[in-house]
Ligand binder design. Sequence first.
Ligand code: NAD
Length: 277
Amino acid sequence: MLRGQGLHAYRFAEREGENVSDEVVDRRSGIEDAARLIREARNVIALTGAGISTESGIPDFRGPQGVWTKDPAAEKRATLQHFVANRDARVQSWQNRLTSPLGMAEPNAGHAALTELHFKGKLGLLVTQNIDGLHQAAGFPASAIVEIHGTVHEFQCLSCPDRGPIETVLERVRGGDEDPHCQSCGGILKSATISFGQNLVARDLERSQSAAARSDLVLAIGTSLGVYPAANMVPIALQAGAKLIIMNAQETPFDEYASVILRGQLGKVLPEVAALV
Ligand code: NAD
């Protein structure tokens, strides 16, 4: 099954009765092999996705309880074009922000374990597709994080460079301004996240991809590896000779290239791995 790097792949079940088939080897040795690869590597980077934050109460998009799994039409509504063209969409979006778990969530043991790896000198750049700011909240230095899809903690004007803390805009929404516009130029305001149909920030993409090309081990954590160009980090790193560890509950398109695959809950798996590094 492993065509990549000659180690075993480990798929272990967390729930009793789950069909674990012949892929299950030994849970413990999966964690140990992951820790050993991290110890042996000299330049480890990580790509995290929505899966690391589900245990903090923020649903992912494509997991079994994912926002789009439950409501496929929501994916279409998440485009920049829809937001710009529809006042109703903007009003709804700002109202959603007032009650969203994104604003209230706390980091979990998985986020903390990645911070531990960083301060053990075993994880350099952390590229996250998440917009929730939970890696920073768990103490991972902001200077070593690329938020490739932006952040919900800031707003941006779509017409001028104005940008700032989202709370200033949320205050206006709470005060009755349903569709707040830029106080400098009158443009449409939006959270500083990258919507579908919106370009990534070129320097963030460059930093992520050049780190991938220099790495010798990539950790793909809580991501379906289906969103591009973020997921491109994995083939870039593999092509440069890096090894790959996937920690994700569901299959990904890159599973066959991974040296180790850990399918367990990240809030359990990551602390166990970090403790052995
Ligand atoms: P995704 O929804 O496509 O995939 C998440 C993966 O995580 C799934 O395969 C799921 O099985 C796995 N997963 C969920 N909980 C897990 C757990 N506790 N342990 C192990 N695995 C778990 O997410 P993606 O690949 O990040 O792509 C979705 C896009 O949506 C991203 O671009 C991101 O910007 C955005 N998003 C962000 C947040 C957030 O900031 N927290 C939340 C939802 C979506």
